[in-house]
Design a protein around this ligand. Structure first.
Ligand SMILES: [Zn+2]
Length: 241
Protein backbone atom coordinates (compact mmCIF):
# COMPACT_ATOMS: atom_id res chain seq x y z
CA UNK A 1 0.00 0.00 0.00
CA UNK A 2 1.03 3.58 -0.57
CA UNK A 3 1.22 6.00 2.32
CA UNK A 4 -1.76 7.95 1.02
CA UNK A 5 -4.78 8.36 3.29
CA UNK A 6 -7.30 10.78 1.75
CA UNK A 7 -9.27 12.89 4.23
CA UNK A 8 -12.58 13.82 2.63
CA UNK A 9 -14.22 17.13 3.58
CA UNK A 10 -18.00 17.45 3.67
CA UNK A 11 -20.33 20.07 5.14
CA UNK A 12 -24.09 19.63 4.65
CA UNK A 13 -25.56 16.42 3.21
CA UNK A 14 -28.86 17.39 1.64
CA UNK A 15 -30.48 19.58 -1.01
CA UNK A 16 -29.27 23.11 -1.79
CA UNK A 17 -31.61 25.27 0.35
CA UNK A 18 -33.98 27.56 -1.47
CA UNK A 19 -32.45 31.03 -1.80
CA UNK A 20 -28.86 29.88 -1.23
CA UNK A 21 -26.26 31.89 -3.13
CA UNK A 22 -23.75 29.01 -3.08
CA UNK A 23 -24.20 25.36 -3.94
CA UNK A 24 -20.75 23.94 -3.26
CA UNK A 25 -21.06 22.84 0.38
CA UNK A 26 -24.34 20.96 -0.11
CA UNK A 27 -23.82 17.39 -1.27
CA UNK A 28 -27.14 15.76 -2.16
CA UNK A 29 -28.32 12.71 -0.25
CA UNK A 30 -28.31 10.49 -3.34
CA UNK A 31 -24.83 11.62 -4.40
CA UNK A 32 -23.56 10.96 -0.88
CA UNK A 33 -25.09 7.49 -0.89
CA UNK A 34 -23.38 6.69 -4.19
CA UNK A 35 -20.04 8.04 -2.91
CA UNK A 36 -20.18 5.92 0.24
CA UNK A 37 -21.15 2.84 -1.78
CA UNK A 38 -18.27 3.48 -4.20
CA UNK A 39 -15.81 3.73 -1.31
CA UNK A 40 -16.93 0.34 -0.04
CA UNK A 41 -16.82 -1.16 -3.55
CA UNK A 42 -13.25 0.13 -4.03
CA UNK A 43 -12.24 -1.58 -0.79
CA UNK A 44 -12.04 1.54 1.36
CA UNK A 45 -13.05 1.70 4.98
CA UNK A 46 -14.04 5.18 6.12
CA UNK A 47 -12.43 6.08 9.44
CA UNK A 48 -12.46 8.88 12.02
CA UNK A 49 -9.65 11.44 12.26
CA UNK A 50 -8.57 9.85 15.52
CA UNK A 51 -7.96 6.54 13.73
CA UNK A 52 -6.46 8.27 10.68
CA UNK A 53 -4.09 10.19 12.96
CA UNK A 54 -2.74 6.98 14.47
CA UNK A 55 -2.09 5.50 11.01
CA UNK A 56 -0.57 8.68 9.53
CA UNK A 57 1.82 9.11 12.45
CA UNK A 58 2.83 5.44 12.69
CA UNK A 59 5.20 5.82 9.77
CA UNK A 60 4.30 2.55 8.10
CA UNK A 61 1.50 2.64 5.56
CA UNK A 62 -1.71 0.82 6.38
CA UNK A 63 -2.25 -2.53 4.67
CA UNK A 64 -5.92 -1.68 4.54
CA UNK A 65 -7.32 0.97 2.18
CA UNK A 66 -8.48 3.76 4.47
CA UNK A 67 -9.94 7.19 3.96
CA UNK A 68 -11.07 9.56 6.67
CA UNK A 69 -14.51 11.16 6.46
CA UNK A 70 -14.97 14.61 7.99
CA UNK A 71 -18.02 16.85 8.30
CA UNK A 72 -17.48 20.51 9.18
CA UNK A 73 -19.85 22.64 11.31
CA UNK A 74 -22.14 19.94 12.75
CA UNK A 75 -25.20 20.28 10.52
CA UNK A 76 -28.27 18.41 11.71
CA UNK A 77 -28.44 16.59 8.35
CA UNK A 78 -25.13 14.88 9.16
CA UNK A 79 -27.05 12.85 11.70
CA UNK A 80 -30.48 12.60 10.02
CA UNK A 81 -29.22 11.93 6.47
CA UNK A 82 -25.52 10.96 6.45
CA UNK A 83 -25.38 8.77 9.57
CA UNK A 84 -27.71 5.98 8.32
CA UNK A 85 -25.71 5.80 5.08
CA UNK A 86 -22.38 5.65 6.92
CA UNK A 87 -23.69 2.83 9.11
CA UNK A 88 -25.06 0.87 6.18
CA UNK A 89 -21.62 0.82 4.53
CA UNK A 90 -19.60 0.27 7.70
CA UNK A 91 -17.83 3.64 7.55
CA UNK A 92 -16.90 5.84 10.49
CA UNK A 93 -16.51 9.61 10.42
CA UNK A 94 -15.68 12.74 12.40
CA UNK A 95 -18.08 15.65 12.85
CA UNK A 96 -16.46 18.98 13.81
CA UNK A 97 -18.82 20.79 16.17
CA UNK A 98 -19.06 24.49 17.08
CA UNK A 99 -19.59 24.08 20.82
CA UNK A 100 -21.35 27.41 21.41
CA UNK A 101 -23.86 26.85 18.59
CA UNK A 102 -25.19 23.37 19.35
CA UNK A 103 -28.88 23.17 18.40
CA UNK A 104 -28.74 26.60 16.72
CA UNK A 105 -28.06 27.62 13.10
CA UNK A 106 -24.90 28.32 11.11
CA UNK A 107 -25.42 32.08 11.20
CA UNK A 108 -21.69 32.71 10.69
CA UNK A 109 -22.01 31.98 6.98
CA UNK A 110 -25.45 33.54 6.42
CA UNK A 111 -23.76 36.50 4.64
CA UNK A 112 -22.06 34.25 2.13
CA UNK A 113 -24.86 31.72 1.65
CA UNK A 114 -27.88 33.99 2.01
CA UNK A 115 -29.49 31.27 4.17
CA UNK A 116 -28.75 29.41 7.37
CA UNK A 117 -29.35 25.76 8.25
CA UNK A 118 -30.10 23.96 11.50
CA UNK A 119 -27.16 22.55 13.43
CA UNK A 120 -27.37 19.30 15.36
CA UNK A 121 -28.64 19.55 18.92
CA UNK A 122 -27.12 17.64 21.83
CA UNK A 123 -29.45 14.66 21.37
CA UNK A 124 -28.51 14.27 17.72
CA UNK A 125 -24.80 14.54 18.53
CA UNK A 126 -25.30 11.88 21.19
CA UNK A 127 -26.80 9.58 18.52
CA UNK A 128 -23.71 10.26 16.38
CA UNK A 129 -21.37 9.26 19.21
CA UNK A 130 -23.46 6.23 20.17
CA UNK A 131 -23.15 4.99 16.58
CA UNK A 132 -19.36 4.87 17.00
CA UNK A 133 -18.62 8.17 15.28
CA UNK A 134 -16.24 10.87 16.52
CA UNK A 135 -16.84 14.43 17.71
CA UNK A 136 -14.12 16.92 16.81
CA UNK A 137 -13.79 20.57 17.81
CA UNK A 138 -14.47 23.55 15.52
CA UNK A 139 -14.15 26.38 18.11
CA UNK A 140 -16.83 27.94 20.28
CA UNK A 141 -18.29 30.38 17.73
CA UNK A 142 -16.72 29.52 14.34
CA UNK A 143 -14.24 32.36 14.84
CA UNK A 144 -11.54 33.29 12.34
CA UNK A 145 -8.67 32.35 14.64
CA UNK A 146 -5.87 34.25 12.89
CA UNK A 147 -7.56 37.56 13.85
CA UNK A 148 -7.87 36.91 17.61
CA UNK A 149 -5.71 38.04 20.52
CA UNK A 150 -4.10 35.40 22.73
CA UNK A 151 -6.85 35.20 25.34
CA UNK A 152 -9.70 34.88 22.84
CA UNK A 153 -7.73 32.42 20.74
CA UNK A 154 -7.20 30.16 23.76
CA UNK A 155 -10.85 30.46 24.74
CA UNK A 156 -12.13 29.53 21.28
CA UNK A 157 -9.78 26.54 20.97
CA UNK A 158 -9.37 25.14 24.49
CA UNK A 159 -12.82 26.31 25.58
CA UNK A 160 -14.44 24.33 22.77
CA UNK A 161 -12.52 21.19 23.76
CA UNK A 162 -13.54 21.46 27.40
CA UNK A 163 -17.17 22.24 26.57
CA UNK A 164 -17.53 19.20 24.32
CA UNK A 165 -15.69 16.90 26.71
CA UNK A 166 -17.79 18.03 29.68
CA UNK A 167 -21.09 17.87 27.82
CA UNK A 168 -20.59 14.48 26.19
CA UNK A 169 -18.22 12.81 28.67
CA UNK A 170 -15.60 11.83 26.12
CA UNK A 171 -12.14 12.79 24.96
CA UNK A 172 -11.92 15.26 22.05
CA UNK A 173 -8.51 15.03 20.36
CA UNK A 174 -9.20 16.37 16.87
CA UNK A 175 -9.65 19.96 15.70
CA UNK A 176 -10.62 21.74 12.48
CA UNK A 177 -9.76 25.40 11.69
CA UNK A 178 -12.89 27.46 10.86
CA UNK A 179 -12.62 29.02 7.38
CA UNK A 180 -9.36 27.06 7.13
CA UNK A 181 -7.67 30.07 8.77
CA UNK A 182 -4.45 29.10 10.53
CA UNK A 183 -0.90 30.32 10.97
CA UNK A 184 1.99 29.26 13.21
CA UNK A 185 0.50 31.01 16.25
CA UNK A 186 -2.90 29.36 15.79
CA UNK A 187 -1.33 25.94 15.27
CA UNK A 188 0.65 26.38 18.49
CA UNK A 189 -2.52 27.30 20.39
CA UNK A 190 -4.21 24.14 19.09
CA UNK A 191 -1.23 22.04 20.18
CA UNK A 192 -1.14 23.71 23.61
CA UNK A 193 -4.84 23.06 24.13
CA UNK A 194 -4.06 19.34 23.93
CA UNK A 195 -5.28 18.46 20.45
CA UNK A 196 -3.41 15.70 18.61
CA UNK A 197 -4.57 16.51 15.13
CA UNK A 198 -6.14 19.30 13.06
CA UNK A 199 -7.45 19.54 9.52
CA UNK A 200 -7.17 22.50 7.15
CA UNK A 201 -8.89 23.40 3.88
CA UNK A 202 -5.60 23.04 1.99
CA UNK A 203 -6.33 20.72 -0.93
CA UNK A 204 -4.53 17.43 -1.20
CA UNK A 205 -4.46 13.84 -0.01
CA UNK A 206 -2.80 13.25 3.35
CA UNK A 207 0.28 11.04 3.40
CA UNK A 208 2.15 9.14 6.09
CA UNK A 209 4.30 11.54 8.10
CA UNK A 210 2.08 14.59 7.42
CA UNK A 211 2.23 17.38 10.02
CA UNK A 212 -0.66 16.20 12.27
CA UNK A 213 -1.80 19.78 12.95
CA UNK A 214 -1.86 20.76 9.26
CA UNK A 215 -3.65 17.89 7.55
CA UNK A 216 -4.82 18.70 3.99
CA UNK A 217 -8.16 17.44 2.71
CA UNK A 218 -9.97 16.41 -0.44
CA UNK A 219 -12.93 18.74 -0.97
CA UNK A 220 -16.15 16.95 -1.92
CA UNK A 221 -18.52 19.51 -3.38
CA UNK A 222 -21.99 19.65 -4.89
CA UNK A 223 -20.72 19.89 -8.45
CA UNK A 224 -18.54 16.76 -8.37
CA UNK A 225 -19.92 13.78 -10.23
CA UNK A 226 -19.02 10.26 -9.23
CA UNK A 227 -16.09 9.91 -11.64
CA UNK A 228 -14.49 13.08 -10.26
CA UNK A 229 -15.03 11.78 -6.75
CA UNK A 230 -13.21 8.57 -7.68
CA UNK A 231 -10.36 10.47 -9.38
CA UNK A 232 -9.91 12.69 -6.32
CA UNK A 233 -9.66 9.65 -4.11
CA UNK A 234 -7.46 7.40 -6.21
CA UNK A 235 -5.26 9.70 -8.29
CA UNK A 236 -3.13 12.82 -8.06
CA UNK A 237 -6.16 14.76 -9.27
CA UNK A 238 -7.11 14.83 -5.59
CA UNK A 239 -3.93 16.72 -4.77
CA UNK A 240 -4.84 19.79 -6.77
CA UNK A 241 -8.45 19.94 -7.92
ZN1 LIG B 1 -16.69 25.53 9.47
Amino acid sequence: MSGVLPVLMYHSVGPVPRGSRRRAIFVGARAFERQMALLARCGYRGVTMDEAHAVLQRGTPSREKLCALTFDDGFLDNITTALPVLRRHGHRATCYVVSGRIGQRNDWSADVLGVSLPLADAGALRDWVDAGMELGAHTRTHARLTTLDKARLEDEVGGCKRALEDRFGLRVSQFCYPWGAHDDRVVEAVRNAGFEGATTTVRGRARTGVDPLRVPRVHVLNQHHLLQFWLKLETRYGDRA
